[in-house]
Design a binder for this molecule. Sequence first.
Ligand code: PMV
Length: 328
Amino acid sequence: MASSATARACANIALVKYWGKRDAARNLPAAGSLSLTLGALVTETTVAFDAALASDELYLDGVPARPADLQRTSAFLDLIRAQATVTTRARVTSKNEFPTASGLASSASGFAALAVAATTAAGLACSPRELSMLARQGSGSAARSIYGGFVRMHAGHAEDGSDCYAEPIVSRLVDRVRMVIAIVGGGAPKAHGSRDAMEHTAATSPFYRAWIDQVPADLAAAEGALAAGDLAQLGTIAEANALAMHASALAARPAIVYWQPATLALLAEVRALRDRGHAAWATMDAGPHVKVLTSIDEAEAIATALRAVPGASEVTISGPGGPATVTT
Ligand code: PMV
């Protein structure tokens, strides 16, 4: 058994969001989702199985991880140990090449890189689909980070999750798109982790059902836009879908409010840019940051405009990223 391997994976930003589960134990989403993998947000992870270790170890960006993160990683490694029929503990070393400590969701790139590195180190030969299903068990969005470019996640129907995986979507738009990422609040840790927050939304929000019912139509429209190479249609759907996801969370009791004043100021700037004829559509996840879908030609102008918004602490342009890969 190769006992050590290193893998790199890119984060992704959903254009049609995953927000709600049909099975929490198996981490199966209640609806599909669609994302763009981002080349500027990379996690590199090394997994070394070592018979001398009494328990798993996890180092994130050079420092020992919090117990909760170690426990989640250990539980994930247990899935791989069960498949490989080994009991050896592992040392996991992971670093994020993100725009500073932005507080951007790194669980997608993190669990995708961990799935690829750990299976390789354990000597398992997994197909991309198997890796996607494995990564999903660490974090729903990680299933999408196995692939580069535009990616579709299938909710599936099977109780065991065997039809719940991501797949790449080929579109000529991949050569034209950019994502401009505006960090709000200096990367302070988020108030509500997505896992608990989506569960709380599903349990208490009167708008949750309406949100879930809307997703299939948004997925169909986004896939239509990708097939037609229509950036404006894709952006329009992405912004509306993100706002609908946040509306469901805002209506939870008590409310889940990810936005800060600068989030709204950035949203207003994106609308103003659009009114002046620019290609710019916003999306937000489980935090205050604003990511703006735009074209390669307009990315610099959009970034300059967003940098001028008070409260935007850092603005980065990212192109599409490639699939998760083994490096050594
Ligand atoms: O993969 P999780 O459990 O961190 O959930 C991701 C949730 C969102 O980022 C808000 C939406 C998405 O589809 O990525």
